[in-house]
Ligand binder design. Structure first.
Ligand code: 5AD
Ligand code: SF4
Length: 466
């Protein structure tokens, strides 16, 4: 009764939360499995950001509840943003659910599962759904406990929860609540523990990381709390690379830009969501900056770190987006030359301030705008990757590649994925890789062998000539 499968939808925050739940469950004696067919407990960690993400999870759970007619011992739960945002609605549609857990209650999952399973084993009637959606004071401090026995070469560290912005399209303030920061010391302690267990790269996570601690922690020597945090984690021995996601253009000030020049572990890659290149749409979206300000940030970043890698999020088809508005977005998107990005077609989210505007832009128009930006993106990503062919890049080796015997995968400091022939003992190491081939989404290369002992060298050579 103790094999658990967790399926995760949505963002890195969700991946991290699923990882934390998995670690807590392992400590309780549950086994995590990779396939729902092998599981006694199936948990979906859900996302509400777009309607499609919700529909997918609802469809999946509908299918699982039907499956349970044949496997009555199966325990089914929904966690995360959709549970929080649409709890009652989810229950109405899926009355047979065993568990519904909100975004501030992940740490309660082991207790709830223990209870449900004990009752099922006693062979009484199926207990009614456990619903745990309340807000919890201090919940940002409750699920740091994801320190696992398994080594994570690259780990997510949650530094805050919630969001105080009110972007007109966005449901996150509803799903994740008001902004709450974890203390710097707590975060540093977690990062140190991760480093001791072999983590080499951390990604600091928050809805808007650069507003970290603004109410709780004072500025020091002109440095915002977020930059103070970056400096503190930079001190941690064993951590070689630091990333963060996502910042907001509004708080992207000089102290953060300068951090790229001062903190060598801070990787030269920024994901900075712009959403639109039209000032009137930005205003309608309630995004408090202009395209000019965004372009200035890009210019300042490039002045400090020429060649810095940039990615962004764009929404096409926000209500009122005209051809001219889209053209401004297209122009900005192309002229910045983003190395990567995520393009979303607008979808109405309940209870947001844009909800009353409806969804007036026809589907085909959104589709066309989406495609135009995707084409630009593929070209600029390929161009960037091709420019790396012939160079040697520092790669953090993450794991064996999913396909190809003897192949390993890792990333450059600029977050480009690289595949190359390697060895198990290189996992977790920073190695030089000579880049030989580029596609839009990854690079291929081979280890630069100086510094690797002769036995390894001949083994690697044999493999490459095989
Ligand atoms: N419709 C489409 N895209 C959205 N996003 C957020 N809300 C919506 C919505 N209602 C996108 C934004 C955000 C990313 C995580 O999802 O671009 O940055
Ligand atoms: Fe992440 Fe937002 Fe989706 Fe929640 S709703 S999973 S916070 S993207």
């Amino acid at each position: 009764m103790n094999r658990v499968y967790i399926k995760t939808y949505g963002c890195q925050m969700n991946e991290r939360d699923s990882g934390a739940v998995a670690a807590m469950l392992r400590k309780r004696g549950y086994a995590m499995v990779d396939s729902e067919d092998d599981a006694d407990v199936i948990l979906l960690n859900t996302c509400s950001v777009r309607e499609q993400a919700e529909q997918k999870a609802l469809g999946k759970m509908g299918h699982l509840t039907r499956l349970r007619r044949k496997k009555p011992h199966l325990v089914l739960g929904i966690m995360g943003c959709m549970a929080q945002n649409r709890g009652q609605d989810v229950l109405d549609r899926l009355p047979d659910l065993d568990l519904l857990v909100g975004t501030q209650k992940f740490h309660q999952v082991p207790d709830h599962l223990d209870n449900i399973i004990t009752q099922l084993q006693a062979q009484g009637p199926r207990p009614s759904t456990i619903v745990d959606l309340d807000e919890e004071e201090g919940s940002q401090n409750t699920i740091r406990d994801h320190l696992d026995d398994e080594r994570q070469v690259s780990a997510f560290v949650s530094i805050m929860q919630g969001c105080n912005m009110n972007c007109a399209y966005c449901c996150v303030p509803m799903t994740r609540g008001r902004e709450r920061a974890r203390p710097i010391e707590d975060i540093v302690r977690e990062v140190k523990e991760l480093a001791t267990q072999g983590t080499r790269e951390i990604t600091l996570l928050g809805q808007i990381v650069n507003s970290y601690g603004r109410r709780e922690i004072p500025f020091q020597s002109g440095k915002s709390p977020f930059v103070q945090l970056l400096e503190a984690v930079h001190e941690v021995e064993g951590i070689e690379r630091i990333r963060f996601t996502s910042p907001h253009p509004r708080g992207f000030k000089q102290d953060l830009i300068e951090a790229y020049g001062m903190l060598p572990k801070l990787c030269e890659y920024v994901h900075l969501p712009v959403q639109s290149g039209s000032n009137s749409i930005l205003k309608a979206m309630k995004r408090p900056y202009t395209r000019e300000r965004f372009l200035q940030i890009v210019e300042d970043l490039r002045a400090v770190k020429p060649g810095i890698y940039l990615s962004t999020d764009i929404i096409v088809g926000f209500p009122g987006e005209t051809e001219e508005d889209f053209e401004l977005t297209r122009e900005l998107f192309e002229s910045v030359g983003f190395d990567w990005g995520f393009i979303f077609k607008y979808s109405v989210r309940p209870n947001t301030s844009a909800e009353p505007l409806g969804d007036p832009i026809p589907k085909e128009v959104k589709e066309e705008r989406n495609q135009i930006l995707l084409d630009i993106l593929n070209k600029s990503s390929l161009r960037r990757n091709e420019s790396l062919v012939g160079s040697t890049q520092e790669i953090l080796v993450e794991s064996p590649a999913r396909r190809g015997e003897g192949l390993y995968t890792g990333r450059t400091r600029g977050f480009r994925k690289v595949i190359f022939p390697g060895k198990p003992r290189l996992v977790g190491e920073l190695v030089p890789v000579h880049i030989e081939e580029a596609t839009a989404s990854y690079l291929r290369g081979s280890l630069v062998l100086s510094g690797i002992n002769a036995q390894d060298e001949s083994a690697l050579q044999q493999r490459s000539t095989a």
